[in-house]
Design a protein around this ligand. Structure first.
Ligand code: APR
Length: 230
C-alpha cells in the first residue's frame, strides 16, 4: 500500500479567493513581513498584527473549498494506503472539503494562542490584544500561526512521513520558505516519487521528478484520478 504525502501552499486556495503571498498582488506586496508576521512585529504593534489576521480570518470564513481541495479529500477516502496532507495554509479549506489527516505546519487562523503561556483555544472572529488567556489570565492573545523565526508545528511527524513516503506531491507552493521548501528534495532522496503541481516554475522545481503545470483546480483532480486508477 503506497503512502502519499502532500505538501500544500497558498496556491491551492487561490481559486477559493484567498490571496497568495508572493504572486504579483500577493499579501507580501501589500504588507511588510517584519510588521505582521514576526514575534518582533507583534511586540512592536500587536493591534496591527491582530487587524491583519482578523481580516484574513474573516476572508477565510467566507471561502469555500475548490475542486483541488475536494480531490485531495477524495484521495484520502479512496486510496488504499495512508494519505497525509501537510499544509502551510492557515485556512481550514482542506478540512472543509473533507480531509481528515491534515497537519497544519504553519498553524491555523481559527485558533488563538497565548504568547505568554502557550495555551491554545478556538479564536473569536475578532481577536484583540486585551483578550485574556482563559488559562493564565494574561493578555497576550495572538493568532495560532507560525511566524518567521518560529519553529513550524509537527516536525516530529513530518520527518518520518517524508522518509516513508512512496509519493510526495507539492501543490501551489513557491518553495521559498524553509523547512517546507526542502521537503521535495528530502523525500526524493529517501526514495519517493516526487511531483510538483503548480501554476508556474517554482524555486524548488528542480527537486521534483515530475511536473504538472496549471491551476490547482484543474491539475489536482486529474492527478488524483490517475493515482486512484493505479
Ligand atoms: N494553482 C496552482 N498554483 C498556484 C495558483 C493556482 N491557482 N495560484 C498561484 N499558484 C502558485 C504560485 O505560482 C506560487 O508558486 O502558488 C505558489 C504560491 O506561493 P507563495 O505565495 O509563496 O505561497 P506559499 O508557498 O504557500 O508560501 C509559504 O510563506 O509567508 C509564508 O507562512 C507563509 O505559509 C506561507 C509560506
Amino acid at each position: 500500500m503506497t503512502k502519499i504525502v502532500i505538501l500544500t501552499g497558498a496556491g491551492i486556495s487561490a481559486e477559493s479567493g484567498l490571496g497568495t503571498f508572493r504572486d504579483e498582488d500577493g499579501l507580501w506586496a501589500q504588507h511588510r513581513i517584519e510588521d505582521v508576521a514576526t514575534p518582533e512585529g507583534f511586540a512592536r504593534n500587536p493591534a496591527l498584527v491582530q487587524a491583519f489576521y482578523n481580516a484574513r480570518r474573516a476572508q477565510a470564513a467566507e471561502a469555500r473549498p475548490n475542486p483541488a481541495h475536494v480531490a485531495l479529500a477524495r484521495l484520502e477516502a479512496e486510496h488504499e494506503g495512508e494519505v497525509l496532507v501537510i499544509t502551510q495554509n492557515v485556512d481550514g479549506l482542506h478540512e472543509a472539503a473533507g480531509s481528515r489527516n491534515v497537519l497544519h505546519m504553519h498553524g491555523q487562523l481559527d485558533r488563538a494562542l497565548c504568547h505568554a503561556c502557550g495555551h491554545r483555544w478556538p479564536a473569536p472572529d475578532e481577536m484583540r490584544i486585551e483578550d485574556a488567556c482563559p488559562d493564565c489570565g494574561r493578555c497576550q492573545t495572538r493568532p495560532d500561526v507560525v511566524w518567521f523565526g518560529e519553529i513550524p508545528y509537527g516536525m516530529d511527524r513530518i520527518d518520518p512521513a517524508l522518509v516513508e513516503a512512496d509519493i510526495f506531491a507539492a501543490i501551489g507552493t513557491s518553495g521559498n520558505v524553509y523547512p517546507a521548501a526542502a521537503y521535495g528534495q528530502h523525500a526524493r532522496r529517501m526514495g519517493a516519487h516526487t511531483v510538483e503541481l503548480n501554476l508556474e516554475v517554482s524555486t524548488a522545481s528542480r527537486d521534483f521528478a515530475e511536473h504538472r503545470r496549471g491551476p490547482a483546480s484543474e491539475v489536482v483532480p486529474l492527478w488524483v484520478e490517475e493515482i486512484l486508477k493505479g
